[in-house]
Ligand binder design. Sequence first.
Ligand code: PEP
Length: 247
Amino acid sequence: MSRRFVVAGNFKMNLLAGEASALAAELRAALEAEPPACEVILAPVFTSIHAVREALQGSPIALAAQNVHFESSGAFTGEVGAGFLADAGCTHVIVGHSERRQLFGERDADVREKAKAALDAGLTPIVCVGETLSEREAGQAEAIVLGQVASSLEGVDPQRVILAYEPVWAIGTGRTASPEDAQEMHAAIRSSLLASIRDKVRILYGGSVKPDNAEALLGQPDVDGALVGGASLKTESFLPIIRAAKH
Ligand code: PEP
């Protein structure tokens, strides 16, 4: 079963609107000169979405937000509902990123509600899961991650989401899972899904993906792309990762 690769850049809280749109324009030009073999998604800060949208107008590069509120509208000061993201030009949204889980207390139940809200607004959620270092060292990595997948996707059709396995200890740390460890977890996640659909669901790896490790990670049979933080902030580091995603 061939699943189209996805490479998504999570800018986190980096790049002002002018910087983000300049990066988007640069990537666009490079990918127009030599079209990628994968889907490419950029996830800027909320306030840069408009500028990045302008830079990407008419290009196949897709636009994502980094978070969403699960209510659609109303008295939720400071929050942004999924319909607003769709209105702003987003087609995807990252939910359950480990920074949201760790720094802002998001639980699987929140992630699930956010994923549902995104789907209701026509957005594709990129649902993140991953274990901490202490959970891995205690031999609980697989149980934790499979628990997160089951709980975050309860009542959600997995075929309508993109999953991202991001070991927390590898995010922004320069440490990365070995290709074999990544493959083992991706295969476990896939096996946990219903047999009739498991081959259709794309599972991205995230955690210090860089030009020098992308090919090995993306070469694993159950790794269908990458969610990239730090290396997505510059064309010279993001483009080689996009090029390493070969189908
Ligand atoms: C991320 O933000 O999802 C991520 C994987 O970050 P980094 O690539 O910097 O580890």
